[in-house]
Write a protein that binds this ligand. Structure first.
Ligand SMILES: NC(=O)c1ccc[n+]([C@@H]2O[C@H](COP(=O)([O-])OP(=O)(O)OC[C@H]3O[C@@H](n4cnc5c(N)ncnc54)[C@H](OP(=O)(O)O)[C@@H]3O)[C@@H](O)[C@H]2O)c1
Length: 171
Protein backbone atom coordinates (compact mmCIF):
# COMPACT_ATOMS: atom_id res chain seq x y z
CA UNK A 1 0.00 0.00 0.00
CA UNK A 2 1.43 3.40 -0.98
CA UNK A 3 1.81 6.19 1.59
CA UNK A 4 -0.96 8.28 0.02
CA UNK A 5 -3.38 5.31 -0.10
CA UNK A 6 -2.67 4.70 3.57
CA UNK A 7 -3.39 8.36 4.45
CA UNK A 8 -6.67 8.27 2.46
CA UNK A 9 -7.70 5.07 4.22
CA UNK A 10 -7.00 6.60 7.63
CA UNK A 11 -9.01 9.71 6.72
CA UNK A 12 -11.97 7.71 5.42
CA UNK A 13 -12.03 5.08 8.11
CA UNK A 14 -14.61 5.14 10.85
CA UNK A 15 -14.11 5.04 14.60
CA UNK A 16 -15.75 2.60 16.98
CA UNK A 17 -15.94 3.34 20.69
CA UNK A 18 -16.25 0.06 22.59
CA UNK A 19 -16.72 0.07 26.34
CA UNK A 20 -15.56 -3.00 28.20
CA UNK A 21 -13.06 -3.86 25.47
CA UNK A 22 -10.37 -5.27 27.75
CA UNK A 23 -12.11 -8.63 27.91
CA UNK A 24 -14.81 -10.95 26.59
CA UNK A 25 -17.31 -9.78 23.98
CA UNK A 26 -15.96 -6.21 23.86
CA UNK A 27 -12.45 -7.50 23.23
CA UNK A 28 -13.66 -9.65 20.34
CA UNK A 29 -15.74 -6.80 18.91
CA UNK A 30 -12.66 -4.57 18.98
CA UNK A 31 -10.77 -7.16 16.93
CA UNK A 32 -13.64 -7.41 14.42
CA UNK A 33 -13.82 -3.65 13.98
CA UNK A 34 -10.05 -3.46 13.51
CA UNK A 35 -10.20 -6.25 10.90
CA UNK A 36 -12.80 -4.09 9.16
CA UNK A 37 -10.35 -1.17 9.12
CA UNK A 38 -12.10 0.88 11.79
CA UNK A 39 -10.12 2.99 14.22
CA UNK A 40 -10.94 2.32 17.83
CA UNK A 41 -11.51 3.89 21.19
CA UNK A 42 -11.13 1.29 23.92
CA UNK A 43 -12.61 1.94 27.36
CA UNK A 44 -12.25 -0.17 30.51
CA UNK A 45 -10.54 -0.12 33.91
CA UNK A 46 -7.64 -2.47 33.12
CA UNK A 47 -5.03 -0.21 31.58
CA UNK A 48 -2.48 -2.98 31.00
CA UNK A 49 -4.98 -5.06 29.02
CA UNK A 50 -6.08 -2.06 26.96
CA UNK A 51 -2.47 -1.14 26.19
CA UNK A 52 -1.73 -4.70 25.11
CA UNK A 53 -4.78 -4.78 22.82
CA UNK A 54 -3.97 -1.35 21.40
CA UNK A 55 -0.44 -2.50 20.48
CA UNK A 56 -1.72 -5.71 18.93
CA UNK A 57 -4.43 -4.04 16.84
CA UNK A 58 -2.22 -1.20 15.66
CA UNK A 59 0.53 -3.59 14.57
CA UNK A 60 -1.74 -6.20 13.01
CA UNK A 61 -4.34 -3.99 11.29
CA UNK A 62 -2.62 -0.58 11.03
CA UNK A 63 -5.61 1.16 12.61
CA UNK A 64 -5.44 3.98 15.12
CA UNK A 65 -6.36 2.98 18.66
CA UNK A 66 -6.96 5.35 21.55
CA UNK A 67 -7.44 3.83 24.98
CA UNK A 68 -9.11 5.33 28.01
CA UNK A 69 -8.73 3.83 31.46
CA UNK A 70 -12.04 4.56 33.13
CA UNK A 71 -14.38 3.13 35.73
CA UNK A 72 -17.74 3.82 34.08
CA UNK A 73 -19.65 3.06 37.28
CA UNK A 74 -18.39 6.31 38.78
CA UNK A 75 -20.84 9.18 38.27
CA UNK A 76 -19.60 11.58 35.60
CA UNK A 77 -17.41 8.96 33.89
CA UNK A 78 -19.34 9.11 30.61
CA UNK A 79 -18.87 12.89 30.49
CA UNK A 80 -15.13 12.42 31.12
CA UNK A 81 -14.88 10.03 28.16
CA UNK A 82 -16.84 12.40 25.91
CA UNK A 83 -14.76 15.42 26.92
CA UNK A 84 -11.47 13.57 26.45
CA UNK A 85 -12.42 12.54 22.91
CA UNK A 86 -13.61 16.02 22.10
CA UNK A 87 -10.26 17.35 23.30
CA UNK A 88 -8.51 14.78 21.10
CA UNK A 89 -10.79 15.66 18.13
CA UNK A 90 -11.86 12.02 17.83
CA UNK A 91 -15.32 11.58 16.32
CA UNK A 92 -17.25 8.41 17.05
CA UNK A 93 -19.20 6.58 14.33
CA UNK A 94 -20.05 3.39 16.20
CA UNK A 95 -20.91 3.37 19.89
CA UNK A 96 -20.86 -0.06 21.48
CA UNK A 97 -22.10 0.12 25.06
CA UNK A 98 -20.81 -3.26 26.11
CA UNK A 99 -19.27 -2.77 29.58
CA UNK A 100 -21.43 -4.29 32.26
CA UNK A 101 -21.86 -7.03 34.76
CA UNK A 102 -24.63 -9.01 36.43
CA UNK A 103 -25.49 -10.50 39.77
CA UNK A 104 -27.11 -13.73 40.85
CA UNK A 105 -29.28 -14.29 43.91
CA UNK A 106 -32.27 -12.86 45.72
CA UNK A 107 -32.54 -9.11 45.27
CA UNK A 108 -33.68 -8.67 48.89
CA UNK A 109 -30.45 -10.27 50.07
CA UNK A 110 -28.17 -8.51 47.62
CA UNK A 111 -25.39 -6.11 48.41
CA UNK A 112 -26.70 -2.59 47.75
CA UNK A 113 -23.26 -1.20 46.86
CA UNK A 114 -23.01 -3.82 44.13
CA UNK A 115 -26.55 -3.04 42.89
CA UNK A 116 -25.76 0.64 42.79
CA UNK A 117 -22.57 0.04 40.84
CA UNK A 118 -24.44 -2.19 38.42
CA UNK A 119 -27.15 0.41 37.80
CA UNK A 120 -24.54 3.14 37.35
CA UNK A 121 -22.65 1.03 34.82
CA UNK A 122 -25.41 -0.94 33.06
CA UNK A 123 -28.00 1.84 32.90
CA UNK A 124 -26.67 5.33 33.68
CA UNK A 125 -23.30 5.21 31.92
CA UNK A 126 -24.60 3.64 28.72
CA UNK A 127 -27.59 5.97 28.55
CA UNK A 128 -25.39 8.99 29.24
CA UNK A 129 -22.79 7.95 26.64
CA UNK A 130 -25.54 7.51 24.06
CA UNK A 131 -27.05 10.88 24.92
CA UNK A 132 -23.64 12.55 24.63
CA UNK A 133 -22.49 10.96 21.36
CA UNK A 134 -25.78 10.67 19.46
CA UNK A 135 -26.15 14.32 18.40
CA UNK A 136 -22.74 14.32 16.66
CA UNK A 137 -23.51 11.02 14.99
CA UNK A 138 -26.87 12.26 13.74
CA UNK A 139 -25.24 15.46 12.48
CA UNK A 140 -22.74 13.47 10.45
CA UNK A 141 -25.56 11.14 9.32
CA UNK A 142 -23.36 8.27 10.27
CA UNK A 143 -24.34 6.25 13.22
CA UNK A 144 -24.88 2.92 14.81
CA UNK A 145 -25.40 2.30 18.50
CA UNK A 146 -25.41 -0.91 20.36
CA UNK A 147 -25.59 -1.81 23.98
CA UNK A 148 -24.85 -4.72 26.19
CA UNK A 149 -26.56 -8.02 25.53
CA UNK A 150 -25.93 -7.18 21.87
CA UNK A 151 -29.28 -5.50 21.26
CA UNK A 152 -28.72 -2.71 18.80
CA UNK A 153 -30.68 0.28 17.74
CA UNK A 154 -30.35 2.87 15.05
CA UNK A 155 -30.84 6.49 15.97
CA UNK A 156 -34.35 6.76 14.56
CA UNK A 157 -35.35 4.15 17.13
CA UNK A 158 -34.18 6.14 20.12
CA UNK A 159 -37.43 5.55 21.98
CA UNK A 160 -36.99 1.84 21.48
CA UNK A 161 -33.38 2.08 22.59
CA UNK A 162 -34.28 3.72 25.89
CA UNK A 163 -37.10 1.30 26.44
CA UNK A 164 -34.83 -1.66 25.79
CA UNK A 165 -32.06 -0.40 28.01
CA UNK A 166 -34.35 -0.13 30.99
CA UNK A 167 -36.09 -3.41 30.23
CA UNK A 168 -32.77 -5.19 30.08
CA UNK A 169 -32.20 -4.11 33.65
CA UNK A 170 -35.69 -4.60 34.98
CA UNK A 171 -36.37 -8.11 33.72
N1 LIG B 1 -21.37 -13.34 28.46
C1 LIG B 1 -22.68 -13.50 28.66
O1 LIG B 1 -23.20 -14.62 28.64
C2 LIG B 1 -23.58 -12.31 28.87
C3 LIG B 1 -24.93 -12.52 29.07
C4 LIG B 1 -25.76 -11.42 29.25
C5 LIG B 1 -25.24 -10.16 29.23
N2 LIG B 1 -23.92 -9.97 29.04
C6 LIG B 1 -23.42 -8.62 29.02
O2 LIG B 1 -22.60 -8.42 27.86
C7 LIG B 1 -21.51 -7.58 28.20
C8 LIG B 1 -20.20 -8.27 27.90
O3 LIG B 1 -20.16 -9.52 28.55
P1 LIG B 1 -18.81 -10.33 28.73
O4 LIG B 1 -19.17 -11.73 29.04
O5 LIG B 1 -17.91 -10.06 27.57
O6 LIG B 1 -18.24 -9.65 30.05
P2 LIG B 1 -16.77 -9.68 30.67
O7 LIG B 1 -15.92 -10.71 30.02
O8 LIG B 1 -16.93 -9.73 32.15
O9 LIG B 1 -16.18 -8.24 30.27
C9 LIG B 1 -16.76 -7.10 30.80
C10 LIG B 1 -16.00 -5.91 30.28
O10 LIG B 1 -16.56 -4.76 30.91
C11 LIG B 1 -15.53 -4.04 31.54
N3 LIG B 1 -16.02 -3.41 32.75
C12 LIG B 1 -16.56 -4.02 33.84
N4 LIG B 1 -16.84 -3.12 34.80
C13 LIG B 1 -16.48 -1.92 34.29
C14 LIG B 1 -16.50 -0.61 34.80
N5 LIG B 1 -16.96 -0.34 36.04
N6 LIG B 1 -16.04 0.41 34.04
C15 LIG B 1 -15.57 0.14 32.79
N7 LIG B 1 -15.52 -1.06 32.25
C16 LIG B 1 -15.96 -2.10 32.99
C17 LIG B 1 -14.45 -5.07 31.85
O11 LIG B 1 -13.16 -4.47 31.88
P3 LIG B 1 -12.37 -4.04 33.19
O12 LIG B 1 -12.57 -5.10 34.21
O13 LIG B 1 -10.97 -3.91 32.70
O14 LIG B 1 -12.95 -2.72 33.58
C18 LIG B 1 -14.53 -5.96 30.63
O15 LIG B 1 -13.77 -5.43 29.57
C19 LIG B 1 -21.67 -7.23 29.68
O16 LIG B 1 -22.34 -6.00 29.77
C20 LIG B 1 -22.52 -8.35 30.22
O17 LIG B 1 -23.25 -7.95 31.35
C21 LIG B 1 -23.08 -11.02 28.86
Amino acid sequence: MSGSTYVIEILMSKTALITGSSNGIGYELAKLHAENGDNLVLVARSKDKLDELKKYLEEKHRVKVYSIEKDLSIPGAARDVFDELKWQSIKVDYLVNNAGFGDIGFFAESDWKKQEKMINLNVIALTHLTWLFLPGMIERKNYECGFNCLFSARTNDVGLFCHQSFCSELF
